[in-house]
Design a protein around this ligand. Sequence first.
Ligand code: ADP
Length: 259
Amino acid sequence: LDAHVAPSIGENGEIKGVITVFHDITEIRRLEKMRSEFVANVSHELKTPVTSLKGFAETLLDGAMHDEEILRSFLTIMLEESERLHRLIADILDLSKIEQHKLPLNPVKLDIVNLILETVSTLREEANKKKLEIELPKTESLLMEADKDRLQQIILNLVANALSYTPEGGTITVDVMDKGQEVELDVKDTGIGISKKDLPRIFERFYRVDKARSRQSGGTGLGLAIVKHLVESHHGHIKVESEEGKGTSFMITLPKYQA
Ligand code: ADP
């Protein structure tokens, strides 16, 4: 704790009292520590794909490029790594804009059921590949106000995670409910679940239960941090329940109208 003390002087120069200003240094230190950890994490996360790109390019130039099969497979890996790098940079920029409140929301009237159908259709192919069933809301339409792109980003991130962390043959359920002044959006899966120990940390930037698995599915470790920020900037809440080996449910409540 850091305290600044200053006398409070009255009109005639008499001392009326003492003003004390307390700064909670521990909070400032904590934020500084978080920031420098974030920079260290970002550097590390960016380095990994760049190192791999460099390695593959060098090996190709060293002679591996003359074998067409190797050439093709290395180029495929390099393309995937570049895409990961691209996603990572986009997520980092998004997160930093959100955290500096430089991402103004543009709320419009929309039908969230429609938006869910639109968003899920972009993930159909991936779901079919993994033989995953996606159950959609039974409600025909539900009107609300939200930033369309940002709400789509929330849905996309949650459903994409459900696809990544659910083994073949599982089911993903997306549902919406009209709660009067609020709308509830649920994304449920029958996947690997999250342990009690990890559950409170999954919204942290770069926190991943299983780094290798997340990398393999193309994850950046930033998706849920972004989702939480976007929900909160819409004045909503996000909750998660999970059981290892059984599945995970994310429950989001958003106000129907943005003030
Ligand atoms: P990632 O890009 O690694 O998926 P996220 O921020 O989206 O990063 O999620 C953080 C971590 O939370 C994931 O790495 C994973 O361990 C866990 N997680 C997220 N969604 C699910 C889910 N539906 N089922 C199981 N684990 C999940």
